[in-house]
Design a protein around this ligand. Structure first.
Ligand SMILES: C[S@@+](CC[C@H](N)C(=O)[O-])C[C@H]1O[C@@H](n2cnc3c(N)ncnc32)[C@H](O)[C@@H]1O
Length: 203
């Protein structure tokens, strides 16, 4: 540390990060990079679109040019972890579901698989493993949700496949993009008939 510089404690660093996130700076939301990826997905982005953690609407404006957007934000719909179950109870179905939180998307699985039209594009943000210090709690969380204490892209694909198959949905990874400290995964999810998947006939 150079003369005159003061060291920040980790709690101070955390507070600074949260303040900067609350100020909606692009440094934390990377809208341009996210939109570039969405544009590369072409026609798949259309129709009834659900944005979980829409925040201040950086992506909402762009999504609105592609379809009918349900944007969940603290201000409009309250806590996304609760409101998702209201939409589920109303049996709402979507062509596109984007989960863009600061943390991991895990708590929205498997519920979002029950909210998909027969074909649905699922996009989510996944913080890079190791960006935050991997302590025992993170390790346990990774192991429980993603079956690995250091989940790779392949582990995430495996986890998503296990969860979606509960609803007879087959996911295909169509893109994964690294944007600074996060990965943005995109899966095309397609519902199949259970009878066809299991090669049995209903009598
Ligand atoms: C990573 S930002 C993404 C925002 C938006 N998609 C964008 O690109 O600007 C996550 C947003 O979710 C909000 N948020 C955090 N916890 C939330 C919660 N429990 N319910 C609803 N929104 C929440 C944050 O305030 C922040 O605006």
């Amino acid at each position: 540390m150079g003369a005159g510089k003061s060291a920040m404690t980790s709690s101070e660093k955390h507070k600074k990060l949260r303040k900067s996130q609350a100020e909606n700076t692009d440094q934390h939301h990377h809208p341009e990079e996210k939109i570039k990826q969405l544009e590369s997905l072409g026609e798949a982005v259309h129709g009834d679109i659900l944005e979980v953690f829409a925040g201040k609407g950086n992506l909402t404006k762009w999504y609105s040019t592609k379809g009918n957007v349900t944007a969940m934000s603290k201000e409009s719909t309250g806590n996304s972890f609760d409101y998702i179950y209201k939409l589920r109870a109303e049996k709402r179905k979507f062509d596109v579901i984007d989960i863009d939180g600061y943390g991991y998307p895990d708590k929205f699985f498997p519920v979002v698989f029950e909210m998909m039209k027969p074909k649905c594009l699922l996009i989510f943000t996944f913080p890079m493993v190791g960006v935050q210090c991997v302590n025992g709690i993170y390790e346990m969380h990774y192991a429980v949700f993603w079956k690995s204490t250091r989940p790779s892209i392949g582990d995430v694909v495996g986890g998503i496949t296990d969860l979606s198959l509960r609803e007879w949905i087959v996911p295909s990874l169509v893109d994964v993009m690294k944007i600074k400290p996060i990965l943005r995964f995109a899966f095309m999810c397609e519902r199949k008939k259970a009878t066809e998947m299991c090669n049995v006939r209903n009598r």
